[in-house]
Design a binder for this molecule. Structure first.
Ligand code: ATR
Length: 281
């Protein structure tokens, strides 16, 4: 008899990961045999852990902070998104070889398709933040055919570096320049940690946004971030960050367990309850 497929999420620390709750919800919903577990792996042990995956019966898994770049380097092959983003979050085997993919850009786009489908008509976007998460968003927007991205960052060199990597459609700028340029944006996206618990609030730059602009945050704790609050005050149509987390899990689940799972309100409620539980402890 074939063994039940085992999948994992590895990170350090790992206890905050919502991936087990997402994948176990789907395993139950579709009545599939298999398991998904969270494993704390230190950076020093990551190489051995990845080498031992096959022997331990794993069919693949996810990598989260701080392993997204290291698993990328370790893999035998990377998918196109991982190559462009320079980091991977999803692992699987092909012909016994470890493949690394990045599903964050897919998750970002699929969530906008769900929540604000008009985003596909946007010609010009403004992204706040030039960290790791910003790379996946840039890749998703370029892939969707966006004409120009104004990339706003406190540390200008980081935005300029991404503009060098992703090409001439990216325009790096600081927050002062952004205040004047935001009137041209069809789509405004927050990828900074501003507004997360313990971080400063998002500045009131959305006051200057066009009334028909769309606004998306990728931060999902709190579910209504200061960025989204500001956007709603301006009566902009918005998309919250939780959907990206849910959608990025779809391709991995399908690869490991053979069913393409649905992101629906049942999953959303389940994960929101998990988040509130963690927040309360
Ligand atoms: P991630 O991988 O989630 O994108 P990151 O690489 O730490 O995380 O990036 C965090 C982003 O939030 C960066 O764009 C950061 O700006 P800097 O590159 O200038 O650090 C931005 N950020 C964090 N705190 C900020 C603050 N107080 N003001 C403005 N930007 C901030």
């Amino acid at each position: 008899m074939a063994e039940e497929p085992r999948a994992f999420v590895c990170g350090h620390p790992i206890n905050h990961s919502k991936s087990p709750a997402i994948h176990n919800f789907w395993l139950n919903k579709y009545g599939l045999s298999g398991s998904y577990e969270s494993i704390d792996v230190t950076p020093q042990k990551l190489g051995d852990f990845l080498e031992g995956l096959k022997l331990a019966g794993f069919v693949g898994g996810n990598a989260t902070i701080p392993h997204k770049e290291a698993v990328f380097s370790h893999a035998w092959r990377k998918d196109e998104a991982a190559e462009a983003i320079g980091a991977a979050n999803t692992l699987w085997f092909e012909d016994d070889k470890l493949i690394a993919g990045n599903t964050d850009a897919y998750g970002f786009a699929a969530n906008l398709d769900d929540q604000i489908p008009k985003w596909r008509n946007a010609e010009r976007a403004m992204i706040f933040g030039a960290g790791g998460a910003s790379r996946a968003i840039i890749y998703a927007l370029l892939d969707a055919g966006i004409k120009q991205i104004d990339l706003v960052n406190r540390t200008l060199e980081r935005a300029e570096n991404l503009a060098r990597i992703f090409g001439h459609r990216i325009n790096a700028m600081n927050w002062e320049t952004a205040a004047a340029a935001i009137q041209k944006a069809d789509l405004c996206i927050n990828s900074t940690s501003l507004g997360m618990e313990g971080q400063p609030d998002f500045p009131p730059i959305l006051d200057q946004a066009r009334p028909d602009a769309l606004a998306a945050d990728i931060v999902y704790i709190p579910s209504e971030t200061p960025f989204l609050k500001l956007a709603k005050q301006q009566e902009l149509v918005t998309s919250d960050g939780l959907g990206m987390l849910l959608h990025q899990a779809v391709p991995g689940f399908e690869k490991w367990f053979g069913v393409k799972p649905e992101v629906d309100s049942g999953l959303r409620q389940h994960i929101l309850a998990e988040i509130n539980k963690t927040d309360a402890t």
